[in-house]
Design a protein around this ligand. Structure first.
Ligand SMILES: Cc1cc2nc3c(=O)[nH]c(=O)nc-3n(C[C@H](O)[C@H](O)[C@H](O)COP(=O)(O)OP(=O)(O)OC[C@H]3O[C@@H](n4cnc5c(N)ncnc54)[C@H](O)[C@@H]3O)c2cc1C
Length: 393
């Protein structure tokens, strides 16, 4: 099997890239992976998206596959905050309309092969591609605190493992983390009847909400917040323009990335957590099974005995954890803190190998962690590949 471009991953970035690239005449594009798998399997039922309406469209070349178009076409009720269930349905609707040719097989291995790439699919079939776009998302990067290294899954799960929440009725559950994912899990667990406590490392929980508070300013608030909705007031505009952001000194880019993705909870979660205890300035020093429960020793020397710990401890990009990338590829890829250094159009130092989504955030900024970055990323790829194709013709 041969294709000009192979896209690994059929989440928002892979789908947006495919819908753009298939517009290039004569270019054969293949997409591998189950559509929207991460959203379908690694997020809890009942979750609401933190991103706003304007920031949750998966980009397509004619802007005709927006959430608004989905709402009209499906007749489904859809409002902000958008439910996970509807967003997944929107993603699948987008895929059927724009990328019906998705091949759901997983890519298990990838090797360089005389200026091209050789992929191996899960059933052993080989695919040769001139160019590969890795849009594999963050599931491989789930970060577990070292204290939980030897705790079995029955006692502690990372939020990405999609624990079935209803089994925690009347159970003591501790949720670790102060970001949206941890706080939303805590609210959902509380609502299914678990006895929940949240442990947060920082001195307080950071609640989002400036955008709503500034709304009465009308157009002025629009100057401070881009529709892409990533980053605090003012910074949001800069983050929405990766070409400009990339020209800033590295120290400023790093600072803006940190500010834009620091752990925070959506304002609408606050009320749902009113009766849930949240302990701040607290970390877990040790965690060990104890007669079927989990015993935790905390940094303030207190202990907790719980039935389960949910690790809302986020994700840390490290492309070496994409287990389909061969050692020959990894050896040739310079990385910084686990991120590949990318040049124009998200191309890595290996010609023809591109990375989209979170792994592109070191080079293109925090927009790349979110669905709203699909517009910039897919358009940049489209321009680059159209130009290289015309130059080659
Ligand atoms: C709990 C939670 C809530 C979030 N809420 C929001 C939100 O409200 N708004 C927002 O913008 N972002 C949100 N995000 C971030 C979200 O993960 C990204 O915005 C989005 O998923 C990026 O799309 P992607 O295509 O890069 O990654 P993904 O959606 O993860 O898609 C990548 C796909 O690649 C597949 N894949 C990986 N390896 C292979 C392989 N070897 N072969 C084939 N397929 C493969 C995966 O199965 C996956 O389906 C949230 C994240 C989490 C964890």
């Amino acid at each position: 099997m041969f294709c000009d471009v192979a896209i690994i991953g059929a989440g928002p970035y892979g789908l947006a890239a495919a819908s753009h690239l298939r517009q290039i005449k004569g270019l054969s594009v293949s997409v591998f992976g189950e559509p929207m798998r991460f959203w379908r399997t690694a997020m809890p039922a009942g979750m609401l998206l933190r991103s706003s309406w304007s920031a949750s469209h998966i980009a397509d070349p004619s802007a005709s596959l927006t959430l608004d178009a989905y709402k009209v076409s499906s007749g489904n009720h859809l409002a902000a905050p958008i439910s996970l269930e509807r967003f997944v349905d929107y993603g699948l609707w987008y895929q059927r309309a724009a990328v019906p040719f998705v091949d759901t097989r997983k890519v298990c291995a990838m090797e360089p092969l005389s200026g091209k790439f050789q992929l191996t699919l899960e059933d052993g079939i080989g695919v040769t591609a001139s160019r590969v776009i890795v849009a594999g998302g963050i599931s491989a990067f789930a970060a577990r605190p070292a204290a939980f290294d030897y705790v079995p899954a029955v006692l502690a799960t990372h939020t990405s493992e999609g624990p079935n929440l209803s089994r925690f009725l009347n159970k003591r559950v501790i949720v670790i983390g102060g970001g949206q994912s941890a706080l939303e899990y805590a609210a959902l667990l509380h609502e299914v009847g678990a006895e929940v406590e949240v442990l947060v490392r920082r001195s307080r929980v950071h609640w989002l909400g400036w955008k709503e508070r500034l709304r009465p300013l009308g157009a002025a608030s629009g100057l401070l917040f881009s529709p892409t909705d990533v980053g605090p007031a003012g910074i949001s505009r800069l983050v929405a323009a990766p070409d400009v952001l990339r020209k800033f000194p590295r120290s400023i880019q790093t600072r803006l990335r940190t500010l834009s993705i620091r752990p925070a909870g959506a304002r609408w979660l606050r009320e749902r957590l009113q009766t849930v205890p949240i302990s701040t300035r607290t970390t877990v020093i040790s965690a060990a099974p104890s007669n079927g429960s989990l015993k935790l020793i905390l940094s303030d020397n207190s202990t907790r005995l719980v039935d389960h710990a949910v690790l809302g401890t986020g994700y840390r990009v490290n492309i070496a954890r994409y287990n389909f990338l061969s050692s020959r590829i990894l050896q040739r890829l310079p990385v910084v803190d686990g991120f590949p250094r990318l040049g124009a159009a998200f191309e890595s130092s290996i010609p023809g190998l591109h990375f989209l989504g979170a792994p592109a955030a070191w080079s293109y900024g925090p927009l790349m962690y979110f669905v709203s970055g699909t517009k910039y990323a897919a358009a940049a790829l489209f321009r680059h590949l159209s130009l290289s194709r015309s130059a080659a013709a």
